[in-house]
Design a protein around this ligand. Structure first.
Ligand code: GUN
Ligand code: ZN
Length: 429
């Protein structure tokens, strides 16, 4: 057993619906961990007696749950910041050529290692990750995640209508997916996601097969893209002329349910949002990506407040422009401003932790440092740059948290802990 004494903040519920009681803040807090799990988290004065004999480490900074990145592509790490296109042209010109290189296992291993270390440097401890069409790209990622004890959910991309060199077929997609599910089931903190890339790159037969695989394996997630960019939406509308809308395409193939995660959802009708809420499906809000590709402005108020859809945050590397979930929240604030709503920093922290955990179906395991959850946490340093130090000096928690989101990035993550063990320290372990 070990205890950590620090200023502690977590937001287990959405303050927009649960009210200010959703915020758990202990200016002088104690987090007690045993076998990697949270035993207690609260006020130091209230807990110190009960845990008097326990080794206690004092930590400087604001201790919050590790971030959950609910949508990110590890094979696109090296193509971040590729200039000049919107989604469909960007995929053709920059992304598909880069993903072809993941046929080589050694290449995949090198990128997976860099990618996971970058997540840890940015305070991300759980993530829902796109691999490539190659089964070995998933093995490489899972091996590296297992070695680091990270909570990673991923899957082989299904894309039988993909470009030459990046295409499977229905039978191969099914066989490789089944083999990966069997190979990785129950290992470490890994999970599997059936991953059709998007409606454009899979045949009707493959989309139906993806639905059948999900039905056969109730524990897996379904992870794809939805209603991101106008060019993409036009292509889907042309191919599926009889579908009510883009979501309906996935619905027809049994791909819309409580374990479905849809990235983007920028251009959604009320019908589609209502259907998502009814099905219990989740959205990954990816503001830096939506701005970078000129896709549009996600409507958080409509999705979350009017319809009650589950929302998490996604960096969406490599269309997204930062691995930092802090920076992503700063951009989310600006997107909400352009949509006429003001994203509260406590709500933002909730979306980036428990919100993402709910979307990924792991809220019983991580997201809020509740007793019984895994002790994945990070230390935020509000003095990590001269400007942050100046802005946050003497400021109340709300201001400090907001400044961290608007001005902070990897530099503000002083340390990252996985199951109570330090996995990253800024400036070296
Ligand atoms: N839609 C289909 N594939 C992709 C991808 O790789 N990135 C993004 N942002 N959208 C997609
Ligand atoms: Zn994506």
């Amino acid at each position: 057993m070990k205890a950590f004494r620090a200023e502690i903040l977590s937001v287990p519920e959405d303050p927009a619906t649960a009210g200010p009681g959703a915020v758990r803040h202990f200016p002088d807090g104690l987090l007690v961990v045993e076998d990697g799990l949270v035993v207690a988290c609260g006020d130091h004065a209230a807990l110190a007696g009960r845990f008097a004999g326990v080794e206690t480490e004092a930590l400087a900074g604001l201790l919050v749950p590790g971030f959950v990145d609910a949508h990110v592509h590890y094979p696109q790490t090296g193509r971040i910041a590729s200039h000049g296109e919107q989604l469909l042209q960007w995929l053709e010109r920059h992304i598909f050529p880069a993903e072809q290189a993941f046929a080589d296992r050694a290449h995949a291993e090198g990128v997976a290692a860099f990618f996971l270390d970058e997540l840890l440097r940015n305070g991300t401890t759980s993530a829902l990750v796109f691999a490539t069409v190659h089964a070995a790209s998933v093995d490489a990622l899972f091996d590296a995640a297992l070695a680091r004890d990270m909570r990673i959910v991923s899957g082989k991309v299904l894309m039988d209508l993909g470009p030459e060199g990046l295409r499977d077929d229905v039978a191969q997609g099914r066989a490789e997916t089944e083999a990966l599910i069997a190979r990785w089931r129950g290992r470490g903190r890994l999970g599997y996601a059936v991953t059709p890339r998007f409606a454009v790159t899979s045949s009707d037969a493959q989309l139906a097969d993806a639905g059948a695989i999900c039905a056969a394996h109730p524990e897996v997630l379904m992870h794809t893209h939805l209603s991101e960019n106008m060019g993409e939406i036009a292509a889907v509308g042309a191919r599926f002329a009889d579908a009510v809308d883009y979501l309906d395409v996935y619905d027809r193939f049994g791909l819309v349910g409580p374990r479905s995660v849809f990235a983007h959802c920028v251009h959604m009708s009320d019908r589609a949002l209502g259907r998502m809420a009814e099905a219990g499906a989740g959205i990954a809000f990816c503001p830096t990506s939506n701005l970078f590709l000129g896709s549009g402005l996600f409507d958080l108020a409509a999705a979350a407040d009017r319809f009650g859809v589950k929302i998490g945050m996604g960096t969406d590397i490599g269309a997204g422009t930062s691995f930092s979930v802090l920076h992503t929240l700063g951009e989310a604030y600006k997107v909400c401003q352009l949509r006429g709503c003001s994203l509260d920093p406590f709500r933002a922290l909730h979306l980036a932790t428990m919100g993402g955990a709910r979307v990924m179906g792991i809220a019983d395991r991580v997201g809020a440092l509740l007793p019984g959850q895994e002790a994945d946490f990070i230390l935020l340093d509000p003095e990590s740059t001269p400007l942050l130090a100046r802005r946050t000096a003497g400021a109340p928690l709300h201001d400090r948290l907001f400044a961290l989101q608007v001005l902070g990035d990897d530099r503000a993550v002083a340390a990252t802990y996985l199951r109570g063990r330090r996995a990253h320290a800024r400036g070296g372990m």
